[in-house]
Design a protein around this ligand. Structure first.
Ligand SMILES: NC(=O)c1ccc[n+]([C@@H]2O[C@H](COP(=O)([O-])OP(=O)(O)OC[C@H]3O[C@@H](n4cnc5c(N)ncnc54)[C@H](O)[C@@H]3O)[C@@H](O)[C@H]2O)c1
Length: 349
């Protein structure tokens, strides 16, 4: 396949070089002439395990070239990957200006192209961005309709720097969303030999999956650090604690607790989160995450209460009020707390 990769950064270089290694004809596009010269000379502009040899090999084989000429790249490829940066704006929102600039350039080039072209965003952008930021500028500049005049997809990248090439060939997860069958077929074909499940979803789901994955990793690091701090303050080896915890596939590392729903409760979790938080405070370790967990759990009960209030319901049925099915233990059940609040407000439960 003939593929152009826009943005020769950490994601773009690895994608471009691996696609070229797999036999595709790849044109890398960037605004940075130094990076273009580096690629065309067979040198990687980034530091990454194995990338120097890979770039040298695929450039020498004529499979990878680099240019700043968007029109040339669009005319000579069938699909484009957008891999430009999306740095935080000052207010914390996602910075979309590079993505929008590239969409404008690609759209302008697609205006004069006869054949079908798929535009596939790989940059990390918040749910709704492909629709609200990419489609309008692509349609306006190309004069074509997304999904029929040109293909459109969102295909997040999950590689980790330092193991990026290994991750490319053995990802934990492949997910993409597309507006048209051409783009869907293209991405399906591209990933057909991947040794993991391929999830074909809508574009917004794919956009949120990328953030969910990164935020989950961030939460895990912070949780491990917090336990490490508490352990250290108590004279315990936190590495050992976390190592043993991670060996428990049944509860600690199980997907069982990873389903969105109602608040946690019961006779153990609330009191134990409170107690470890107290221990942390009393030993000077602090437990920011554990405190936030209790706050978020309380907010989940308040959210349900507000939803019922907003619905205007005067009588509400509960299918069970224990904290989970299969037990009669009502201690700290969030459903009991919710029922009590509703009764207080005059709702029949
Ligand atoms: N770095 C990672 O490990 C990683 C992993 C997965 C996803 N991501 C996401 O992928 C995206 C790219 O990340 P990165 O770390 O590779 O970024 P980067 O900053 O290393 O590279 C971005 C490249 O885009 C180029 N660029 C900017 N404007 C351009 C334009 N108009 N036309 C062509 N090229 C242009 C820049 O010159 C730069 O070379 C981000 O959204 C990031 O969040 C990054």
């Amino acid at each position: 396949m003939r593929i152009s990769v826009f943005g020769i950064g950490y994601v773009g270089v690895v994608s471009a070089a691996c696609l070229a290694k797999d036999g595709h004809e790849v044109i890398a596009v960037d605004v940075d002439l130094g990076k273009i010269d580096a690629i065309n000379a067979g040198n990687s502009p980034i530091v990454e395990e194995g990338i120097d040899d890979l770039v040298r090999e695929v450039v020498a084989a004529g499979k990878l070239t680099a240019t700043s000429d968007t029109q040339f790249a669009i005319d000579n490829t069938d699909a484009s990957f957008i891999c430009v940066g999306t740095p935080s704006a000052a207010d914390g929102s996602v910075g979309l200006s590079f993505v929008v600039d590239v969409c404008r350039n690609i759209g302008t080039a697609m205006a004069s192209k006869e054949g079908y072209h798929s535009v596939i965003v790989r940059s990390t952008i918040v749910p709704g961005s492909t629709e609200s930021a990419c489609i309008p500028v692509l349609e306006e500049t190309s004069g074509k309709k997304a999904g029929s005049g040109f293909g459109l997809g969102y295909y997040p990248e999950f590689l980790r720097e330092s193991t990026a090439i290994a991750d490319y060939y053995d990802p934990g997860l492949v997910v993409f969303g597309s507006m048209d069958t051409g783009t869907r077929d293209f991405l399906s074909e591209l990933n057909k030999d991947m040794p993991c499940d391929i999830h074909k979803v809508d574009i917004r789901t794919a956009e949120l999956l990328k953030y969910t994955s990164n935020c989950w990793r961030a939460v895990k690091v912070t949780f491990a650090n917090e336990i490490g701090n508490i352990a250290k303050a108590a004279g315990i080896d936190g590495q050992t604690v976390m190592e043993i915890l991670c060996s428990d596939e049944k509860a600690a590392m199980s997907p069982y607790f990873m389903r969105p729903g109602f608040a946690f409760g019961g006779s153990c979790l609330p009191k134990d989160v409170r107690a470890l938080g107290f221990l942390a405070r009393s030993t000077g370790a602090e437990a920011h995450l554990l405190n936030a967990v209790l706050e978020a759990n309380e907010a989940q009960i308040a959210r349900a209460e507000a939803m019922i209030e907003d619905s205007g319901a005067k009588s509400v049925g509960f299918v069970g009020i224990s904290f989970k099915p299969g037990t009669d233990d009502l201690r700290e059940s969030p459903l009991v707390a919710l029922a009590a609040r509703l009764i207080e407000k005059g709702v029949d439960v």
